[in-house]
Design a protein around this ligand. Sequence first.
Ligand code: PLP
Length: 354
Amino acid sequence: MKRPVHGGNLVWAAEQIGCPVSSILDFSASINPLGPPPSVLAAIQGALDSLQHYPDPNYTQLGKTLSQWHQLPPEWILPGNGAAELLTWAGRDLAQEKQTYVMIPGFKDYWRGLQAYGANIVPVSFPWQTPNALNFLDRFQDTDAGIIINNPHNPTGQLFTRERLLPVLERFKLVVVDEAFMDFVPPAQQESLIPLIADYPNLVIVRSLTKFYTLPGLRLGYAIAHPQRLQKWQAWRDPWPVNSLAVAAGIAAIKDEVFAQQTQQWLLSAREQLLTSLSQIQGLTPLPNFVNFLLVETQIPSSQLQQELLQMYRILIRDCLSFETLGDRYFRVAVRTVEDNKKLLEGLSDICAE
Ligand SMILES: Cc1ncc(COP(=O)(O)O)c(C=O)c1O
């Protein structure tokens, strides 16, 4: 089996060491360890009867719940089969532009959606280690182009402010902002572009419900954009991309404010503890951020660390080999429960001390 380009490939990891998938502790996919929320599991259970019918192709109830949450008319929101599905349609739209800028390092899946429709991709190096890293957007003056921006940025965790992104919205023909991890940012610090959507028909925002609500296996996300664009996407795609259980789960998840607060509380302290402890391990330098994963610079090659953690501790971390410019000098880990994080720290401390 080929080395995976995404985190969370437990089948690959289990095959590497010949153990069952269930025995691996997964730090490679950045998923909230507190969920799925009981309210969501109950909603899925309650929706089992609906499997005998096709889903509502207009996703009216889910659309209404999302529209109340974001204070937007429902026609500005399109649910999808994970953010990944919506990135495919964003790729199709972007392929119409003269060229599309894609940040490197960055989420590799943008390339899939763009290449599927023959887009002219222009990779741009994101100088995330420099003090004014976020100013790099200023140098683009190409009004005929499209751009995909990931905010907060995976894998570095950097957060672009609205003020930084405003000039991009003015300059580019189509701006796709992937906010898959925005829910993890403390509410007062979030920099979502959703409040600006009505003023920018050239803006598409893609959101995911799979990470915050621990539902990567169910697949659920949504796009926010001008209704005309979303109607076009709806006409392109197959009629029922979101299944009935995902619909029920999504409605329950969005209404579960207690789970959202618990997640914010856990993350704040768990991330700080993990960051501090990682920085005390010889040869490791983690990067502070606002999200539920940490990028860590390592003096031992990350592919070697990954193999040793897997073999000796059945822990899977995300190497950064598929993130251009990062390679073997970095790895990414999800922030998990304090107990899980302790296991990771013990494994890393032992390996790095050898
Ligand atoms: C930046 C980013 N966007 C989108 C996705 C896909 O999310 P979903 O599970 O909703 O398809 C991922 C998954 O890893 C991601 O890292």
